[in-house]
Ligand binder design. Structure first.
Ligand SMILES: *Cc1c(COP(=O)(O)O)cnc(C)c1O
Length: 415
């Protein structure tokens, strides 16, 4: 029997994916050696040992920034930046409704109020026009989330921040070595926050980094203290005078050690992911009913994942039908990303961050209605997410592209 290459795997045709996806080991002898050295120091405290310090020095060199602070997680890194930026009770902080919930945790711990800006339909990043429309006299900061490796439009965001006197914190948890018009994401705002949890480009198990971009040593000291219960350790003597509350978000030498080895792999990981993401976009260009994620001209994405959108009306199939047919082609994918925009979470719907209290929401009476960010809601309803890995081969990407083309063309031609 002759096989028709255009017959969907779902209907008995050949699967688009013919070989297993490339895989690899993230950790090796480099990490082991660093860990051994860390233990041989006879201390795992970041301030006495050399591993966290070396990790940060290398990070600063890679990023060309003067100062950075280590943290216990990406969530902690964002909280540190908010605290160091002076975000406090009753302030409003504008951020993205499509992000990890770690983005909003620190805002609420500072008793500040998250305000959500709508997104661009194709980059999935915050729309500067929407950001500006959300500004009030309470607005103190913008947390700009660079989603899935793709940079926000930082020039207009920085212009808005300067115009209204706001701090800008970049959430780079998904966006290592991402470039906005040649500049690295995380070096443009006042602070850049990174995560080294086990699912990010590089892993230390858990961990985070905050860059302090003002170049002012005092700002570095403030951020450093905010990660360490407000202990001031960077002068001659440790100062323990407690002038305000700050959490303990310290990184240990074990994480720092693994981080050193991981950092040396980061450029290779990012260039592989960039290459794969671009290759997939070329492979699916021009399809009816499928829109590839957009990387704006002059920018570079390092693709933490790959999220395309289905236009069900044009395609002639539902997103779920498309997703299922693609899965049968041997190409794993998930409809959507987070289940709902962040503001539809019970915390925001009930306006209850702290049990039994509506504080700080009751300071302004803010409510979070469905429809406040219609584009963001539309993205989550129509998106299909595919994995990108630095271990994938060109063949993997080409077969992903072929599968998407086959499924999309089938549904479109059947219309
Ligand atoms: C992962 C992530 C975080 C939180 O990082 P953790 O290390 O898990 O706390 C914050 N923001 C975004 C966009 C993320 O993807």
């Amino acid at each position: 029997m002759l096989m028709d290459d255009h017959l969907l795997a779902m209907h008995g045709g050949p699967r688009s994916k013919t070989v297993p996806f490339g895989t690899g080991r993230r950790f090796g002898d480099e990490e082991l050696l660093e860990l051994k050295e860390a233990l041989e120091q006879n201390t795992l405290f970041y301030h006495y040992g050399q591993k966290v310090k070396t990790f940060l020095t290398r990070f600063n060199e890679l990023y060309g920034v003067p100062y950075s602070v280590a943290a216990s997680s990406g969530t902690a890194a964002i909280h540190i930046a908010l605290g160091a930026a002076g975000v406090s009770v009753g302030d409003e902080v504008i951020t993205s409704p499509i992000t990890d919930q770690g983005t909003v945790v620190g805002i609420l711990y500072q008793n500040a109020i998250p305000v959500f800006a709508d997104l661009d339909p194709h980059t999935y990043n915050m729309d500067p026009v929407s950001i500006e429309s959300r500004i009030t006299s309470r607005t103190k900061a913008i947390v700009a989330v660079h989603l899935a490796g793709n940079p926000c439009e930082m020039d207009p965001i920085m212009d808005i921040a300067r115009k209204y006197g706001l701090k800008v914190i970049e959430d780079c948890a998904q966006s290592y070595l991402t470039r906005y018009r040649g500049r690295l994401a995380g070096t443009i705002g006042d602070y850049g926050c990174f995560s080294t949890n086990d699912f990010k480009h590089i892993s230390t198990g858990d961990g985070g980094i905050v860059t302090v971009n003002s170049g002012r040593e005092a700002d570095y000291h403030t951020a450093h203290a905010f990660a360490d219960k407000n202990y001031r350790r960077l002068g001659q003597d440790v100062i323990r005078d407690l002038h305000g509350i700050a959490p303990n978000y310290r990184m240990t030498e074990l994480q720092g050690a693994v981080g050193i080895a991981q950092l040396s792999k980061l450029p290779g990981i990012c260039s592989s992911r960039s290459h794969h993401g671009q290759r997939l976009t070329w492979a699916i260009a021009g399809l009816n009913g499928i829109t590839a994620p957009q990387v704006n001209a002059g920018n570079e994405s390092t693709y933490w994942f790959y999220m395309l959108r289905v236009d069900e009306g044009v395609l002639g199939a539902s997103r779920e039908e498309f997703s299922e047919a693609l899965a049968q082609e041997g190409i794993p994918n998930v409809p959507g990303y987070i289940p709902e925009v962040v503001y539809m979470q019970p915390l925001f719907q009930k306006r209850e961050a702290y049990a039994g209290s509506h504080f700080p929401f009751d300071l302004t009476g803010i409510t979070y209605e469905r429809g406040i960010c219609p584009t963001a809601e539309g993205i989550l309803r129509t998106a299909v997410r595919l994995s990108i890995s630095e271990f994938y081969t060109d063949q993997d990407i080409d077969e992903m592209g072929a599968g998407i083309r086959k499924v999309a063309n089938y549904f479109y031609s059947r219309k």
